[in-house]
Design a protein around this ligand. Structure first.
Ligand SMILES: Nc1ncnc2c1ncn2[C@@H]1O[C@H](COP(=O)(O)OP(=O)(O)OP(=O)(O)O)[C@@H](O)[C@H]1O
Length: 717
């Protein structure tokens, strides 16, 4: 296609005529127009616009007005007939407001004062000396500060209460006195409604109706067939099976209940779960059979739940993501896993000792992270973590951990020694109060609940890994045996579920078990207990593509299939920041309270492992022999230490070498330890001689002065 254009040099008479008028002015040329003859305007005819669907006709409008009037009347009658409820709510509302006022008055000052008092009591229990005086005066000062703060807070609270009370009562009285009857009625209604608003029920008053479902494969007829095929009910009695209620949606599956014929208990069906699953055409994991324990139930009522897909194929986020505020792990537990029906299963930190096992990368760390996030939010829990893998996965928790140590069997051995000593203190504490075991009201006074976690037990308990193995195993067994009643709990995780790592005596006392996927049914049994794989609880059958899925057995839940919640690395910081603030406000961060266990560790080793040590990552820097001598000499408060004091300190850190042996007399031990110390100093090339120093009772005896120790330290390259 081509377009013809007029060459620019060719004159165009029409254009020339138009431009001539502008070149010479309007007077020089006649007026021109490009439209020759103006056409008359065409008048378009529109179709009448249809009325939009939202616009009501007169009739509809009238009908709507009638409905609105009737509905308003119904609503008013309903509200009037229910006003006794609202009065009840109102009373409850004002009671709640009073309680809130009372709580705001105390805030958490009472707890802080209790902690300061505890510090004072603990300081008084220390041996006499400067350290005790310092600790006592620090605790007393803290107590006074807390009391003064509480007093000031109460004063502020009273002032606020007074001002708001004056405004409300004064304003109300003036309005009631000046206004007429209507004002008084409106005010009375406002008073009742305000109370009713704060006293409204917390849960839906009416339970949601069970929604029937058309996709249900369950029903009375289906259940008759299934129970006969599975051999639970003889064919001739199938007609006696009765459905209870209707099949309804419950989480990702459908639930139904049936009454078995008389004389056949529901437990018979529980024993034939596999055959029932097969008759229903689903995997056993997709089905849940239970004895119906609801009100009005009986021993023959079987509750059945079936899903049309694997309920653990979904990944669920932890409910702690986005959660604000404290948790109560003693009563409610920490939400760490979900069950088949998508229900949250919480683990109470009360008297549970737990063993978590499974092959590598199967989700043990994730389960522990869930537990730790929950525990972080209960300020009464002292979380102590020994990470045998020495990975960075627990670093985010560092600043709230009362103890955090990576891959250090010697420190774990010392730590367990300190815990055993603390168990004695705890049991004396309960003895004095005539209690057999720890109760909730005594948690704060006793110093909190100890939650000790050992992630990768094999690092510490497998034979030949360190010279501390036997001691660690023995002490773990003792803690597992007696700790629960004293508020000292153990959680041990292992990739190697072998008897060599989890000794029988230890396993017996770790009563809660969680088995992630294992390599063999034998390994599964090492965690869950002998014969459990044969009963269907075989962790080696857990699909590999479902990390975090496990068999869990606790006294609260029985043995159930669960999967841990997912917490991504980015989810942790906000939860931990919230936990940090909660602990800070309650004075329960590492360093804010007197921790008898860390205190002992620091005295024995010279370094603290609270909040992961100096670097906060669980790598605890070791202290040399001279540094240890310096710590002992400073610790006496006399700038020197007697031989007996030095040997005792060394025996605490290295009992195998410096400890007093069974049957060894004091004098023999002292001379052996003295020789060992001399040899060790010589082998290090340190020039340090024992000389006469002042003992704790003012006597002159052999020992080391702080000045000599410092000179020897400084002389070293
Ligand atoms: N409940 C879960 N939902 C989804 N993914 C999970 C779940 N649990 C664990 N995972 C994923 O599985 C992988 C392994 O998890 P984790 O590190 O907890 O295993 P582990 O058993 O502690 O491993 P290791 O023994 O090597 O320490 C991670 O990538 C994690 O994201």
């Amino acid at each position: 296609m081509s377009i013809e254009t007029t060459p620019s040099s060719t004159p165009d008479p029409k254009w020339e005529r138009i431009t001539a008028a502008y070149q010479t002015g309007p007077a020089a040329a006649p007026a021109v127009t490009i439209v020759k003859d103006r056409q008359p305007t065409v008048a378009f005819e529109f179709e009448p616009r249809p009325r939009p669907a939202w616009m009501m006709s007169r009739e509809e409008l009238k009908q709507w007005a009638v409905y609105a009037r009737d509905n308003t009347l119904d609503w008013t009658v309903y509200q009037l007939t229910h006003s006794p409820y609202y009065l009840g709510w109102s009373v409850r509302g004002y009671r709640r407001l009073c309680l809130r006022w009372w709580e705001a008055r105390h805030d958490d000052y009472r707890q802080q004062i209790a902690t300061a008092k505890l510090m004072l009591r603990q300081a008084r229990e220390m041996p006499r000396g400067e350290a005790r005086a310092a600790a006592e005066s620090k605790a007393r000062a803290l107590l006074e500060v807390r009391r003064a703060e509480f007093k000031a807070h109460k004063k502020r609270h009273w002032i606020r209460t007074g001002i708001s009370g004056l405004v409300v009562v004064g304003g109300g009285t003036i309005a009631a006195a000046v206004g007429g009857l209507w004002v008084q009625i409106l005010m009375a209604m406002a008073v009742v409604l305000t109370g009713a608003w704060f006293g409204r029920p917390e849960e839906a008053v009416v339970a949601p109706v069970q929604a029937p479902t058309r996709t249900s494969r369950l029903g009375e007829d289906a259940m008759r067939r299934v129970l006969v095929e599975a051999g639970v009910v003889p064919e001739k009695r199938a007609g006696e099976i009765r459905g209870v209620g209707i099949p309804h949606q419950d989480g990702p599956g459908i639930a139904y209940a049936v009454d078995l014929p008389s004389g056949i208990p529901a437990t018979v069906a529980l024993g034939k779960a596999e055959s029932i699953a097969s008759a229903l055409g689903v995997h056993q994991d997709w089905m849940d059979l239970e004895l119906d324990r609801s009100a009005g139930s009986n021993a023959s009522r079987l509750s059945i739940w079936v899903s049309s897909e694997d309920p653990f194929s979904v990944v669920r986020r932890s409910p702690l993501v986005g959660h604000k505020g404290p948790l109560d792990l003693w009563n409610d537990g920490a939400p760490i896993v979900f069950g088949k029906r998508g229900n949250t299963v919480s683990i109470r930190v009360r008297d549970t000792m737990m063993l978590v096992g499974g092959a590598t990368r199967r989700g043990k760390g994730m389960l522990i992270a869930n537990l730790n996030l929950g525990a972080a939010k209960d300020v009464r829990v002292n979380l102590r973590l020994f990470d045998g893998k020495a990975s960075g996965e627990h670093n985010a928790f560092g600043r709230i951990l009362a103890t955090f140590v990576k891959k250090d069997p010697e420190r774990l051995a010392l730590f367990l020694r300190a815990v055993l000593e603390d168990l004695d203190r705890r049991s004396d504490f309960l003895d004095e109060r005539g209690k057999a075991k720890l109760t909730e009201d005594l948690i704060e006074e006793i110093g909190g609940i100890e939650l000790i976690e050992i992630d990768e037990l094999a690092t510490y308990t497998a034979r030949g890994t360190s010279r501390f193995v036997d001691e660690i195993v023995e002490n773990l067994c003792q803690i597992a045996a007696v700790g629960a009643g004293l508020g000292v709990l153990l959680v041990c995780a292992t990739q190697v579920p072998e008897v060599d790592v989890v000794r029988g005596r230890l396993r017996q006392n770790l009563i809660a078990r969680v088995a992630m996927n294992t390599e063999s049914p034998g390994a599964s049994n090492t965690i869950m207990g002998d014969g459990m794989a044969g009963q269907g609880y075989d962790a080696s059958q857990i699909p590999l593509n479902q990390p975090g899925r496990n068999w869990m057995s606790t006294p609260d839940t029985g043995t159930i299939g669960t999967r841990s919640f997912l917490v991504e690395d980015d989810d942790k910081p906000p939860i931990l920041a919230d936990a940090y603030e909660l602990r800070k406000a309650a004075g329960r961060l590492p360093g804010q309270w007197r921790d008898p266990i860390e205190e002992k560790l620091t005295a024995w080793t010279g370094v603290s492992s609270a909040a992961g040590g100096e670097r906060g990552n669980g790598r605890i820097v070791r202290v040399t022999l001279l540094e240890r001598l310096e710590i002992v000499a400073r610790g006496t408060g006399r700038d020197c230490a007697t031989n007996a004091e030095v040997f005792r300190a060394l025996a605490a850190t290295d009992p195998a070498k410096y400890g007093q042996r069974d049957g060894e007399a004091e004098r023999a031990w002292s001379s052996r330890a003295g020789k060992l110390l001399k040899d060790e100093l010589e082998s290090l090339g340190v020039d340090l001689e024992a000389k006469k120093v002042t003992g704790p009772d003012g006597e002159r005896t052999l020992g080391y002065t702080l000045a000599d120790v410092l000179t020897a330290r400084n002389a070293r390259p």
